[in-house]
Design a protein around this ligand. Structure first.
Ligand SMILES: NC(=O)c1ccc[n+]([C@@H]2O[C@H](COP(=O)([O-])OP(=O)(O)OC[C@H]3O[C@@H](n4cnc5c(N)ncnc54)[C@H](O)[C@@H]3O)[C@@H](O)[C@H]2O)c1
Length: 360
């Protein structure tokens, strides 16, 4: 049986990857130290976040990816790695820049070096972010169209966008460093790395807080009648990709790692929900009201540092290399799953109109 290491295995993407790979018959080791609880407080804690029935092939280690001995021991035993552990919030990184760098940049470098020394042939998938492009998307022209911004120049952003001469926040910088290290370790040391620059990722497993986990957090606020702050206006657009579809993309690469034309790994792919799964903040508020009858109570706040006005991912490059990969979860499914999950966790009983998601 093949074995995979999932770092940050109890967070949103890590736990989605655990569910996916256990289902595919893999054995999984997760390393997570609940740093999320430390970074965001009790509301963000990932304690008991992995709820799967088949636990016999799952080993959960409460540990830090920066623990060299621990990572050496684990990495020697596995056939693949998905690296999801991170300080994941750009506004929070402005408050804790050193910790942010230490986890995101140094933590990733240490993992790569440990792989190089102990198990250099295994596929290594890194969860990077569209924040490596900084606020470059904000240099485009936007027009208001009903309840959202439309981009007047392009319909989505591909990998050709520059990462220079724009604002990143410390988070964008630490993730860019990690992203480039993954490329360098492929080029210089022959590691089988792959980099996903992701848009907004989502799903029931998000321990959403104001500073991270946009969609589950805004839905939670509406359901619990908590005031929500819209930072920088409600016409802003994001695309949403469910965690299980991220896991599916990682699975495709791990099954069949692809290199570039020169034979190097370290290929960069933009990964996100694309046009069909895109939604503005105002449209999100409308959709929540339509589904639950709850009208969000909100105030308008100041724009966040280097926040994207509009991001829709162009996934053509990944789809060309991996034509089997499709987005399986649309916005209706995603909303319904999150509402059901909040109903369970917060002991609410809010009915969903025209439900598309049914708990197994
Ligand atoms: N959620 C998104 O919208 C989004 C968007 C783009 C990219 N990403 C990237 O995807 C990855 C996963 O994000 P997520 O949304 O699942 O975040 P998450 O916070 O839900 O999960 C990250 C997990 O890593 C753990 N962790 C942090 N530091 C650690 C350390 N030093 N040692 C061990 N574990 C540690 C946390 O406790 C948490 O469980 C991150 O790299 C993030 O930057 C996420």
């Amino acid at each position: 049986m093949k074995k995979i290491l999932i770092t940050g295995g109890e967070g949103l993407i890590g736990s989605s990857c655990i569910e996916f790979f256990i289902d595919k018959g893999w054995s999984v080791i997760s390393v997570d130290n609940n740093m999320r609880g430390k970074i965001f407080g009790e509301e963000g804690s990932i304690e008991n976040n992995v709820k799967i029935s088949k636990k016999e092939n799952l080993e959960m280690v409460r540990g830090d990816i920066r623990n060299k001995e621990l990572m050496e021991e684990v990495i020697k035993k596995v056939d693949a790695i998905i690296h999801c552990a991170a300080q994941p919030s750009h506004p929070r990184s402005l408050e804790i820049p050193l910790e942010d760098f230490d986890i995101n940049a140094y933590g990733t470098l240490l993992l790569l070096e440990t792989v190089r020394k102990n198990n250099p042939k295994i596929p290594f998938v890194f969860l990077s972010t569209n924040k490596v492009y900084g606020d470059m998307p904000n240099k485009y022209e936007y027009k208001i169209n009903k309840r959202r911004y439309d981009n007047s120049q392009v319909d989505s952003f591909d990998e050709s966008m520059s990462i220079d001469k724009c604002g990143h926040t410390p988070f964008g910088v630490s993730k860019t460093a990690a992203d480039l290290y993954c490329q360098e370790y492929a080029k210089n040391f022959g590691l089988t790395t792959c980099i996903f620059r992701c848009g907004c990722l989502t799903g029931k497993n998000s321990k959403a807080v104001e500073m991270h986990g946009y969609l589950p957090y805004i839905i939670k606020c509406a359901m619990t009648e908590k005031k929500y702050t819209i930072f920088g206006g409600g016409y802003r657009v994001r695309d949403q990709l469910h965690g299980s579809d991220v896991a599916g993309a990682a699975f495709e690469f791990i099954k069949n790692p692809k290199s570039d034309e020169e034979g190097n790994f370290g290929i960069v792919y933009n990964l996100g929900g694309s046009i069909k799964n895109s939604i503005s903040i105002y449209e999100t508020i409308d959709a929540i009201q339509e589904k639950t009858g709850k009208m969000l109570d909100f105030i308008e706040g100041k724009e966040r540092e280097s926040d994207h006005i509009w991001w829709i991912t162009n996934t053509d490059k990944f789809k060309k290399d991996y034509p089997n990969w499709v987005i399986t979860k649309d916005l209706d499914y995603i909303f319904d799953e999150i509402i059901e999950h909040h109903n369970d966790e917060l002991q609410l009983n809010i009915e969903i109109k025209n439900k598309k998601y049914f708990k197994q």
